[in-house]
Design a protein around this ligand. Structure first.
Ligand code: UT7
Length: 325
């Protein structure tokens, strides 16, 4: 029986030029390169220029993904941007991306699931593509996380960076087996009772301001290792694959200790884990497509490889998806 699959035909990433090292941060807040490396694995992060907004980062990543797919903006009828740092409260970043790319009138909107946003957006795009409501989608994770940070708070300001990653998904027929190229299974979760562990203390309908990111790091850490493993197993089951069969594990890049902890819990060898947290830090919804773009560019991820992606973030939200590249 043939089924429609959302096949990844292009991938691109973009990191803003400015690199901020741990030592740079240690000049203004009481921290050290040694502490940040040991507790998180982070060495540096990129920061958007003052005149760059999230849509600018998204457009750069989208152009790279389109070029990789051999397509132009004219071919795109669905744009989904996963972001928690929009240029403006509205319109959606996706609408700005459509205008800046010169893409035709189609479907465009944002998904807000914080660090899990890219996994959520992949699943949402899959719904449009598989039901025939769109043919070619851009799914983008783009963030200016440094704009949400309180630079007096050393427990959070050292953890995040800016960047964007994008994929082109095209609707193609598959055989309905795990050997099909494309998104073959996912699992999404949210537990709203854990809002206080990770949130931003501002918003249009409360304070009328943007606010700052607040996190109870240890609690988030504990939830991450336990919850993510369950969602990964569920996504693998939905895809009809065994976790041990994946070629590459591409986790959300929050903390090296979390991504290795999850891999161990899943029985995955560390050599299968794609890690970019050292150079990118936590770029929220952008981290997975940025890590994917990095692993394709350096030759690790190849056509036909089985990829397992996962994330967890504010909400708390978390989820995973299996993609045959
Ligand atoms: O993407 C969304 C998901 N987010 C995450 O997954 C983040 C999850 N959490 C984490 O990654 C870790 O919990 C952190 C990296 C945030 C913190 O690491 P930790 O090992 O859990 O440290 P801690 O919070 O237990 O803090 C240990 C000590 C504390 O000092 P005392 O109370 O022991 O004297 C902190 O005040 O380290 C101190 N500390 C710092 N010291 C130097 C906290 N931040 C810093 C810092 N520099 N930047």
């Amino acid at each position: 029986m043939t089924v429609m699959r959302s096949v990844m035909t292009g991938v691109g990433g973009y990191l803003p030029e400015t690199v901020v090292t741990n030592d740079d941060l240690a000049r203004t807040v009481e921290t050290s390169d040694a502490w940040i490396r040991e507790r998180t694995g982070i060495r540096a992060r990129h920061r958007a220029a003052p005149d760059q907004a999230t849509s600018d980062l998204a457009v750069e990543a989208a152009r790279a993904a389109l070029a990789d797919a051999g397509l132009t903006a004219a071919d795109i009828d669905l744009i989904i941007v996963a972001t928690t740092t929009p240029d403006l409260t509205f319109p959606a970043v996706a609408a700005m991306v459509q205008r800046k790319l010169g893409a035709p009138v189609g479907i465009a909107f944002d998904v807000q699931a914080v660090c899990s946003g890219f996994v959520y957006a992949m699943a949402v795009a899959d719904g449009f593509l598989c039901r025939g409501n769109a043919r070619r989608a851009l799914v983008i994770g783009a963030e200016c996380m440094t704009r949400l940070l309180d630079y007096q708070d050393r427990t959070t300001c050292v953890l995040f960076g800016d960047g964007a990653g994008a994929v082109v998904l095209e609707a193609r027929e598959g055989a309905g087996t795990p050997d099909d190229r494309g998104l073959i299974g996912f699992a999404l979760r949210c537990d709203g009772t854990k809002q206080d562990l990770l949130y931003v203390d501002g918003g249009p309908s409360t304070t009328g301001s943007v606010g700052h990111l607040r996190m109870q790091g240890q609690q988030v850490f504990r939830n991450a290792v336990v919850n993510i493993a369950e969602a990964v197993e569920a996504a693998a089951k939905a895809a009809g694959i065994a976790v041990r069969d994946v070629d590459w594990f591409i986790p959300h890049q929050a903390n090296q200790r979390i991504l290795i902890g999850v891999a161990h819990r899943l029985g995955l060898d560390e050599s299968k884990v794609v890690s970019t947290v050292a150079d990118h830090a936590n770029t929220s919804a952008a981290s997975i497509p940025l890590a994917l773009a990095t692993a394709i560019a350096d030759g690790r991820v190849k056509r036909g490889d089985l990829l397992l992606m996962e994330a967890m973030g504010g909400g708390l939200t978390w989820g995973a998806c299996a993609v045959r590249f």
